[in-house]
Design a protein around this ligand. Sequence first.
Ligand code: GFB
Length: 311
Amino acid sequence: MHKDARIFIADDHGLIGEAIRTRLRADGYENLLGDPGKPSLIDAREVEAFFSRTLPEYVFAVGGESGGIGANQKLPADLMLNNLLVDCHVIDSACRCGVKKLLYMGSSCCYPRACLQPMQVSSLMTGVLESTNEAYATAKLAGIKLSQAYRQQHGIDMISAIPANVFGPGDDFGVEDSHVIAALMVKMHQAKLSQADNVEVWGSGSPRREFIYVADVADAAIFLMNQYSSSVPINLGSGSDASIREIAELIKEVVGFSGELRFNPKKPDGMPLKSLDSSELFALGWQPKISLRLGLEKTYQWYLDTCHRDI
Ligand code: GFB
């Protein structure tokens, strides 16, 4: 991408889009489209009109709603429909308006539940999905497949990346519907303030997840837009995983909560392990820069600055 390329970050309000926007601005990319005035991505006419008017050259397709294990169980239809609509509108409009390149952001939940670990892209579509997020994962798989189909039929450079579990500033810091890091951070913060002696952690604590800080995801997405061209999706991970128990202990330290962590086995564990084989990305010369601990510290500071200015 040259510095004055017309770039559209197709997102709604998500943390990945915001991190890409911040990073592109810092790197001197000046022609970021739709800022203000971006279309509602679930509205086909708005998306089509926006693309026809602004003629993006590069598109980061990172839109669509997501949520943690709670949201996926409560709102599977909403999550699936929203993502299918967003994917169809953005990918089709990008094709009609002749974009040079589109990067579609998938999700690690696209892999089968019983996948060999660390997960390799050759395992996609080889088994049954994890039931707690099957609807959302099906929509994200459809997005990957749609990009491949448009690449094959129309010859447009559409690529897909599959990130590990993303966390960081801009995440949803609710308690019920958010992803695990944001949920535990806010629960422990509130427990610290109210001097509660325990915090509930869902499940057994034994599932393992690979986490990646959102600024690293943005960095890798821009790297891939510049360096990668293939119909084969590429994994975008940090290279290390941790158990939910270990994550909860780390968050406890970062937040400064001194009470007890109470694991609730009645809540779902989800996939036993999600760890990505990102060796191809690393071989291209990209490496993550932010450790899990530093990422948690930055995220908590952002949460304090943004959500709790009064404290
Ligand atoms: O981030 P998360 O909700 O989603 O993490 P997934 C769920 C894991 O953290 C489960 C445990 O093992 C939960 O039992 N956990 C412990 C908690 N305490 C909490 C809590 O307070 N809140 C939450 N949310 N979890 C997601 C998909 O799966 O993977 C998303 O649901 C997305 O759609 C993401 O695709 C990549 O990692 O299980």
